[in-house]
Design a protein around this ligand. Structure first.
Ligand code: ATP
Ligand code: MG
Length: 227
């Protein structure tokens, strides 16, 4: 799925005054590639991801995911589209404490009303994804029994459950210690590559620059290529 942002602008009201966060920003995300976004705090990185996921809408410009223009989708079609095509990994894991690890992984597919994905039942697929992130033996545990790094790995499995074409990750290691962060990143890159996902990740860690297919810095509302 080819993804394009075309002359996207976004401002927020700040004490009554509009504050422009993104300005005429255009970006092309090649299918199956890893794009890394850098930039200072407050530069608009999360805003950009929220526009890509349709969680927020631009003031002007358009965002295309394949043949679909996000701004032309209304609820509930927008939520349905997001659940089916976009997997999101946040800085904080957002696992539901009353559900088991496996139920957390399957939840987006349950909410999307799916019974099977790529020929597998949800529980079978959920278990296979937990196995891929090294946590098959924790399937029945409540998430709070897991370490931060383990919880983030559960969140990665959850992001992949609906077989999305696009994965968005907003500082996925920001809340983890050095070693867990490394493991989570390597896993995210490995699974995205193996499954041909388009990955867009925000990170403050320049270590990942050599792993990315394209790197941009968000600055003054626009994207500067980093080489
Ligand atoms: N919902 C909102 N309402 C008002 N202002 C917002 C909203 N979301 C973001 N902003 C403002 O937009 C600017 C960009 O915020 P954003 O969260 O995109 O930055 P960021 O680059 O992700 O920063 P960080 O590295 O700290 O996460 C900030 O000035 C922020 O205050
Ligand atoms: Mg942010």
């Amino acid at each position: 799925m080819q993804i394009q942002l075309q002359q996207v602008s976004k401002s927020y009201a700040d004490s009554g005054q509009p504050r422009q966060v993104l300005r005429d920003l255009s970006l092309s995300l090649p299918a199956g590639r890893f794009t890394l976004l850098l930039g200072k705090s407050g530069s608009g990185k999360s805003t950009l991801l929220n526009l890509l996921s349709g969680i927020d809408a631009p003031d002007s410009g358009s965002i295309w995911l394949g043949e679909t223009c996000l701004s032309q989708l209304k609820e509930p079609a927008l939520t349905r589209f997001r659940r089916q095509h976009i997997g999101i990994v946040f800085q904080f894991f957002h696992l539901l404490p009353t559900l088991s690890v496996l139920e957390n992984v399957s939840l987006p597919a349950e909410l999307a009303g799916l019974k099977q994905i790529e020929g597998q039942t949800l529980s079978k697929r959920g278990l296979a994804l937990l196995d891929a992130v090294g946590l098959a033996d924790r399937a029945q545990s409540p998430p709070e029994r897991l370490s931060g790094g383990q919880q983030q790995r559960v969140a990665i499995a959850r992001a992949l459950i609906c077989a999305p074409a696009l994965i968005l990750a907003d500082e996925p290691t920001g809340n983890l210690d050095e070693q867990s962060g490394q493991e989570v990143m390597q896993l995210l890159l490995k699974l995205s590559r193996a499954q041909g996902k388009t990955l867009v990740m925000v990170s403050h860690d320049p270590e990942w620059i050599p792993h990315a297919d394209q790197v941009y810095r968000v600055h003054d509302g626009q994207l500067e290529p980093v080489t």
